[in-house]
Design a protein around this ligand. Structure first.
Ligand SMILES: Nc1nc2c(ncn2[C@@H]2O[C@H](COP(=O)(O)OP(=O)(O)OP(=O)(O)O)[C@@H](O)[C@H]2O)c(=O)[nH]1
Ligand SMILES: [Mg+2]
Length: 201
């Protein structure tokens, strides 16, 4: 859950990166960590590989500086669906201000994507206090693979995106699309947490 200090104008957001096994969660965190400007990297060391190139990242801190008058810090956590019920992961999900759902575009992963979404929804419902909607943004990965291996966008969205949430195609090897997705989920989370007006992102 966000920690907002209205007097100090500081804000700490928790974002969860959720998705099926091998969908690209760690790659997304790595792309963000490696490509974000040095000044926006958090002070702490990312977890899940110690920040070494080539190893998966599962926790990344960001310090966005001033966003709409708030000193904003963001913690991104990768949560694999098979571990969503672990006590630690449950706690992270219960505190989420926004979700980046990583959807693997390969036809062979349709069911795994759906299972991950079902696990996420089950967890959010059971953790929910009924008072807040947690914004979800979709990150579609692997669309650089040959077309015959891929789901159409219609099928993918019909299977996963029942609430018509924003969808971003991200080539994680090249880091494309990553910051638009991040900006969208942070904007939605901030609008909920500090009632940011809709046009400021
Ligand atoms: N071609 C291609 N490969 C990708 C893309 N995103 C991820 N991968 C590859 O998919 C594999 C799995 O990526 P990870 O980032 O480790 O996936 P994960 O969701 O963290 O996996 P787990 O933590 O095991 O659940 C790696 O070999 C990545 O290089 C993409 O957009 N395109
Ligand atoms: Mg991973």
């Amino acid at each position: 859950m966000a920690r907002a200090d209205a007097e100090a104008r500081t804000l700490a957001l928790t974002l969860v990166v959720f998705g099926a096994a091998r969908a690209g969660k760690s790659s997304l965190l790595r792309a963000i960590h490696e490509r974000i400007a040095e000044e926006h990297r958090g002070e702490e060391t990312p977890v899940g590989g110690g920040g070494d190139v080539g190893l998966p990242l599962d926790w990344v801190p960001l310090d966005l500086g001033d966003v709409a008058g708030w000193r904003t810090r963001v913690h991104l956590y990768a949560v694999p669906p098979e571990q969503h019920a672990d006590a630690t992961r449950r706690l992270v999900l219960a505190q989420a201000d926004g979700i980046l759902f990583v959807a693997d575009a390969q036809t062979s992963r349709l069911e795994a994507n759906q299972d991950a979404m079902a696990a996420l929804r089950g967890q959010l419902v059971s953790d929910s206090d009924g008072r807040r909607e947690i914004p979800i943004v979709f990150v579609v990965t692997k669309e650089d693979l040959p077309e015959e291996l891929l789901l159409t966008r219609e099928v993918l969205e019909a299977a996963l995106n029942r609430d018509n949430a924003p969808v971003f195609s991200c080539n994680l090897a090249r880091g494309e699309g990553v910051f638009r997705a991040l900006q969208a989920v942070i904007g939605s989370a901030m609008r909920q947490v500090i009632a940011l007006p809709p046009d400021s992102e």
